[in-house]
Design a protein around this ligand. Structure first.
Ligand SMILES: Cc1ncc(COP(=O)(O)O)c(C=O)c1O
Length: 446
């Protein structure tokens, strides 16, 4: 980074004395020189501790759907906490939230928790209890959180170790897990109808669930092939398998009703988090009546000290009300579409093969090929280092993206037309510097 980073480096060194790698999540470590330390955010912008300003396209890994420090959400949370935050009992705001949540998602019942990990963990448990079966299918490159059952063949797996397509290996994502846990999980490539059908014929009767990200939100926003998604739905019905959509990134971001509304395919259970609370820690598992009915005292455990706490429930109630009643999704899509098209024009002009994949509210920029990837294996054929160079140039110019192309660019309601214009000017400048072609692409193209 060419920004001043004096205070960042000083604080990072201090952080490392007490916190492994100086970060509270491994994904936040960007190396010794470049690990950011943020001071504040407002709308589409964040400022680091050296007061460098960035247009934020990371948005806390996706949750900030309305913009940082959204005044109305913050006002309601600040007002609510004056009367206490935790009672080990239901509060009225949880009921208000559940009513709006079920209306927006089309799910019958919902239980709250705090993280996407918890929501997926509960979904898998409920599916196992409902079916009386233990195994599940998970797709390569999909991420479902930081709990042992699902931490195989995820977005950090080395593609060259995934094994034969028809007989994929189960690659563990972390040390510290019991070896035998891998036997519960059957990995498959995303978007492959033939292999999915084969796996269902072979294992369908012993499967509790098929769990999937309806857009690959941790690998370059790879889109589902609709025919594949519909076939997954149909075969889950045929074999009595619970279809779990992990809507942690897509929920309330692709549409008010999430990926299920966007693609017109309904899940039996779904996990939600991120955009639901505009950055406040809140999540939910939701689903059909008969499946959620498994959650019953003495039968299927669901709970946690902080589930449905006043801060989380108030933030979510305020965020969902704004998403439901204002043109949040429409605005984000219009601006996101313009940004995706602008990036495509710039990269075409500088002559770099590329794909801008995903949906306007969450998309990825891939360099080195111009054929859209369909699964984790085809994603790995893109040039991540080349994107890393562009990403570094963008960050230098004040656009905060992950320099890893797997992580999406997220937009918020605060990324208005002026922010998009500013972004495109900076991208044009960065792309010209990195790829050595002339400036003012959009003006030339206009
Ligand atoms: C699709 C998906 N599922 C689950 C999770 C886990 O959510 P959390 O980090 O809130 O536990 C994530 C986090 O990025 C995610 O992207």
């Amino acid at each position: 980074m060419s920004h001043t980073q004096t205070k960042t480096h000083q604080l990072f060194n201090q952080a490392k004395q007490y916190i492994p790698y100086g970060v509270n999540s491994n994904f936040r470590y960007w190396g010794e020189e470049d690990t950011p330390i943020m001071a504040r955010g407002a709308g589409a912008y964040v400022w680091d501790v050296d007061d460098n300003r960035f247009i934020d396209y990371r948005l806390g890994f996706g949750p900030i759907i309305l913009g940082h420090a959204h005044p109305e959400v913050n006002r309601r949370v600040a007002a609510a906490i004056q009367d206490g935050v935790l009672f080990a009992a239901t509060t009225p705001i949880e009921i208000e939230l559940a009513e709006r949540f079920t209306r927006m998602t089309g799910m019958d019942k919902v239980r709250l928790s705090n993280t996407g990990t918890e929501a997926n963990m509960h979904a898998l448990r409920i599916a196992r209890a409902y079916t009386g079966r233990e195994k599940f299918i998970k797709f390569e490159g999909n991420y479902h959180g930081n709990f042992d059952y699902v931490m195989f063949s995820g977005p950090t797996a080395k593609a060259e170790l995934l094994g034969p397509r028809r007989q994929p290996h189960r690659l563990r994502a972390t040390e510290g897990m019991p070896v035998a846990i891998r036997n519960y999980m059957i990995p498959l490539p995303y978007n492959d109808i033939e292999l999915f059908e084969r796996a269902m014929v072979e294992h369908g009767e012993e499967l509790a669930a098929v769990v999937l990200e309806p857009i690959m939100g941790n690998v370059a926003c790879i889109l589902p092939d609709l025919a594949w998604l519909q076939r997954v739905r149909a075969l889950c019905d045929e074999f009595g398998v619970v279809l779990i959509f992990d809507e942690v990134k897509t929920g309330f971001r692709l549409a008010r009703g999430g990926a299920q509304e966007y693609f017109g395919v309904k899940a039996d259970l779904a996990a939600y988090a991120k955009a639901m609370g505009n950055g406040f820690p809140v999540s939910a598992v939701a689903g059909r009546n008969e499946i959620m009915a498994m959650v019953e005292p003495g039968r299927v455990a669901h709970g946690g000290t902080y589930c449905g706490n006043v801060v989380a429930a108030t933030a979510a109630a305020a965020t969902l009300e704004i998403i439901e009643t204002q043109p949040v999704i429409e605005t984000i899509f219009a601006n996101g579409r313009r940004l995706m098209e602008g990036i495509h024009t710039i990269l075409t002009h500088v002559g770099v093969p590329h794909v801008v994949s995903g949906a306007p509210s969450m998309f990825s920029v891939l360099l080195g090929k111009d054929e859209a990837p369909t699964d984790y294996r085809s994603y790995s054929e893109f040039d991540a280092d080349l994107f890393g160079r562009l990403g570094a140039a963008l960050i230098e110019r004040g656009i905060l993206v992950d320099d890893d192309p797997r992580e999406p660019w997220f937009l918020s309601y605060s990324h208005d037309a002026a922010v998009i214009d500013e972004t495109l000017d900076l991208i044009e400048n960065a792309a010209s510097a990195v790829f050595g072609r002339s400036l003012q692409v959009r003006r030339l193209a206009a």
